[in-house]
Design a protein around this ligand. Structure first.
Ligand code: SAH
Length: 238
């Protein structure tokens, strides 16, 4: 991923390309480098950005981001609280889908990095606010539509999310180990959340070349587990 500048040159093992050849060209240009090799040039997609952008904390990868948008049922204008913000990859996916996002983050350096990444990709007018808050201490907002967590001890947030979400709201948590998932479910079982589900996304790409059609030899075997649940309330007469 490069930023074009007049007079600049992109160098690689297969020769160089003057930036001026790309400035003003259509997205998707196919151009020849100095040694004759061909380069296909496109503007970075959100998925490219997330994988290639500068990061402080580990980002959530595109395969999981896409599943999170559906599992958390993100929509235009949804009021979402996200913690921790990290490098802002999940924030970018949520904002792209039209949500209004408040992010809690305890590390000021990560908060600045995320704010810069979001401003760069979504724009300075994004519906996005980062607060330097520890979410284990509580959630100030009320009537939220969704609470999304990517931090080590989400079970500590369950009571806060229960108070902050509107009825029917969704709590979603992204966790690297299944032990953490089990502890989270234990907390959910003792809360007003229900319809809980945990899943993972196995993304297997394929090699397709003439008669050779088979799965690629390598895949990312594990990233994280996604758990989601809904805030219920008992309306039966006592
Ligand atoms: N989802 C992010 C990555 C989050 S990494 C992305 O896609 O880019 C986890 C983040 O949680 C770290 O930045 C860490 O500082 C933050 N964090 C950990 N505990 C926290 C807490 N109690 N409150 C708020 N943020 C917390």
């Amino acid at each position: 991923m490069i930023v074009l500048a007049p007079g600049g040159r992109f160098h690689s093992h297969s020769g160089f390309i003057p930036h001026d050849q790309l400035i003003g060209a259509l997205d998707g240009a196919s151009i020849k480098a100095s040694n004759g090799s061909r380069y296909d040039v496109t503007r970075p997609s959100l998925s490219d950005r997330v994988v290639l952008m500068p990061r402080g904390a580990q980002v959530i990868y595109p395969k999981d981001l896409s599943a999170i948008l559906m599992a958390a049922d993100i929509y235009q204008g949804a009021r979402v609280l996200e913690a921790g913000v990290g490098s802002g990859a999940l924030s970018m996916a949520l904002l792209r889908a039209g949500a209004d996002v408040v992010g809690y983050e305890i590390r000021p350096d990560f908060a600045s990095r995320a704010a810069a990444n979001v401003a760069d990709f979504i724009g300075a007018d994004a519906h996005y606010e980062i607060r330097l808050n520890d979410i284990y201490e509580g959630i100030d907002e009320r009537d939220l539509d969704r609470v999304l967590l990517d931090l080590p001890e989400p079970w500590r947030v369950v009571p806060h999310a229960q108070a902050a979400l509107r009825p029917g709201g969704i709590l979603l948590s992204y966790l690297p180990t299944i032990n953490q998932v089990a502890t989270l479910h234990e907390a959910l079982n003792h809360s007003s959340f229900g319809i809980a589900e945990t899943f993972e996304v196995l993304w297997r790409t394929w090699h397709i070349d003439g008669a050779s059609v088979r799965p690629d030899h390598r895949m990312v075997a594990h990233t994280g587990f996604i758990t989601h649940a809904r805030l219920l309330h008992d309306t039966s007469p006592s």
